[in-house]
Design a protein around this ligand. Structure first.
Ligand code: ADP
Length: 520
């Protein structure tokens, strides 16, 4: 490891590895196949570049993003590490020349696009190289369960078996689901890999979730307070991007926009102007950001909730790449859940996959409702360990939140769910607890339940908020599918039986006073 550290200093100028980098590099240097679960910006390049420098021969890096490949190679060039890339931007003669150079051992790293691996001839060419290691970036592309399946990733194994000596395999992804991780191990044929989850805690980022306020007002207020700083505002649809950008321009904000409906030139211009700080605020759809590396983005605001935590964290993580304090703010409204459900329905037809997407959407909604430290929620979601609260997210610093015992309210909700036989969603459960006389409640005869009207002094919205909190904390579960149904989890039974209390960091609004009929 001392040699690795020396190379880090010499080539990159950093005094130390980050904790996670160290573990990944140690694992690779000990000769073990390794799977690194790391976010974009988590510093994974160094995890394979430093070991590549220490091994004889040329490490092959499979990477799906052409623009990123060029950036990486330019970066390596500038620090004096010989590297090259091979992708569709080159002529055949150029490809052959690079391979010949590689055969002479002139490169430490060779980046290739996965599509190249489709060609048997290309694989034969590579078979002449000494390849100590194959590093696979965005390894979730090998899984049909991932959001980005690339059939040519299935060919990576072909590449490995074409080589005279079996190279070490290093795979990287930022995807949390077990299914995708299993697929990576299976399809890349990783041999007894060590798996490390690392880099998800970003100390310079302050997360916040804002609910129940006028989003435009909140956004405008924030932008005014941070005038002169660069920020990205993500919105869910092209229409929303257009409208929001227009609104900001009307308010005198130097805003630009980016979405897939614009021409290539419009997009390139917008990106350029943002990179050079001519435009401070970029309003964008999720099409913006693949491969852009602007280090001084001071805030990322999500005007709508994204479809899952992976998408959220990838976008939010574009803030503060330079390590300076930066904000990640999510403006939540329940409407966002409907938008995302609609988008899932439109884009995913397989029922099993739909169910998985709904589940991930629910975990995203849970993030918006958890009273826990947000940074901690993120780290745990991705499977990492988070010992301490971050002390700076909106849940950690919110002055008006205190530990409140909500056992009684939780018991009322749980027994109502139980009496309704765990067959209904949260809106109806809330209506029953409120004692609403709406048609559905009466049609099902829920007005005769003992829990009917138990929470009549609260608003239905407050009751729904409480239910969402209990879902986020794992007391209640929502079934998958378009119309999720509330179920009790085993944690809830302990609360119902009085074995466990529910104490949460929230400010429970006092319930409205019961108006007494005054005798006159
Ligand atoms: P990824 O490839 O995971 O997107 P990068 O390798 O580009 O991430 O690293 C993200 C940023 O962190 C870069 O600016 C990089 O220079 C910096 N970085 C990586 N490792 C270290 C380290 N050990 N010490 C300081 N900065 C680092």
């Amino acid at each position: 490891m001392a040699e690795a550290q020396e190379l880090l200093r010499k080539y990159y100028g950093y005094p130390d590895f980050r904790e996670g980098q160290k573990r990944v590099i140690e694992s690779l240097l000990s000769g073990r196949d390794t799977l690194g679960i790391m976010p974009t910006g988590g510093g994974k390049s160094i995890c394979y570049q430093v070991p590549a420098l220490m091994m004889d021969g040329t490490t092959i890096v499979v990477s799906p993003l052409i623009s990123l490949m060029k950036d990486q190679v330019d970066g390596l060039d500038s620090i004096g590490v010989p590297a090259a890339y091979i992708n569709s931007s080159l002529s055949y003669a150029q490809v052959e020349m690079r391979i010949r150079k590689a055969e002479r051992g002139e490169y430490k790293l060779l980046y290739v696009a996965p599509e190249r691996l489709e060609s048997e001839r290309f694989l034969d060419l590579l078979a002449g190289l000494v390849v100590p290691m194959v590093a696979v970036d965005e390894a979730h592309c090998v899984s049909q369960w991932g959001h980005d399946f690339r059939p040519s990733y299935m060919r990576i194994n072909e590449l490995v078996s074409h080589l005279p000596d079996r190279p070490l395999l290093a795979a990287f992804t930022a995807t949390a689901t077990d299914q995708v991780r299993e697929d990576i191990v299976k399809h890349l044929k990783l041999s007894e890999p060590q798996v490390f989850v690392t880099g998800f805690a970003r100390e310079n980022l302050s997360f916040s979730v804002i609910k129940g306020e006028n989003k435009r007002d909140v956004l405008m207020g924030y932008i005014r307070e941070h005038a002169g700083e660069a920020g990205i505002v993500y919105a869910a649809t092209r229409k929303e991007v257009d409208q929001l950008c227009e609104y900001l321009l009307r308010q005198g904000v130097a805003a630009g926009k980016y979405h897939a409906g614009l021409t290539d030139k419009e997009r390139a211009d917008a990106q350029e102007r943002f990179l050079y700080d001519e435009v401070r605020v970029m309003v964008a759809s999720n099409a913006f950001g693949m491969g852009i590396d602007k280090s001084n983005v001071r805030y990322v605001v999500h005007f709508n909730m994204p479809k899952n935590m992976e998408a959220y964290y990838q976008e939010a993580g574009r803030a503060g790449r330079d390590g300076e304090p930066s904000d990640c703010m999510l403006l939540f409204s329940p409407q966002d859940i409907h938008i995302q459900k609609f988008l899932i329905e439109q884009s995913v037809s397989d029922p099993e996959r739909q169910a998985q997407e709904y589940r991930r959407l629910q975990q995203m909604a849970d993030y918006c409702h958890t009273p826990q430290c947000l940074q901690r929620y993120i780290v745990r979601y991705f499977g990492g360990e988070a010992e301490e609260d971050c002390g700076q997210c909106s849940n950690c610093v919110s002055p008006d939140m205190e530990m409140t015992d909500i056992t009684l309210e939780a018991q009322q909700i749980f027994s109502c769910v139980k009496r309704m036989r765990e067959r209904f969603g949260m809106t109806l459960v809330a209506s029953v607890l409120k004692g609403s006389r709406n048609k559905k409640v009466l049609d099902f005869g829920f007005d005769s339940l003992s829990t009917y009207g138990l929470m009549r002094t609260r608003t239905e919205k407050d009751i729904v908020d409480l239910i969402q909190l209990l879902v986020a904390e794992g007391y209640l579960q929502l079934t998958e599918g378009k119309y999720p149904v509330l179920r009790l989890s085993s944690k809830a039974s302990d609360v119902l039986s009085g074995k466990e209390r529910v104490v949460q960091r929230i400010r429970l609004k006092p319930s409205a006073p019961v108006v007494q009929d005054l005798e006159t």
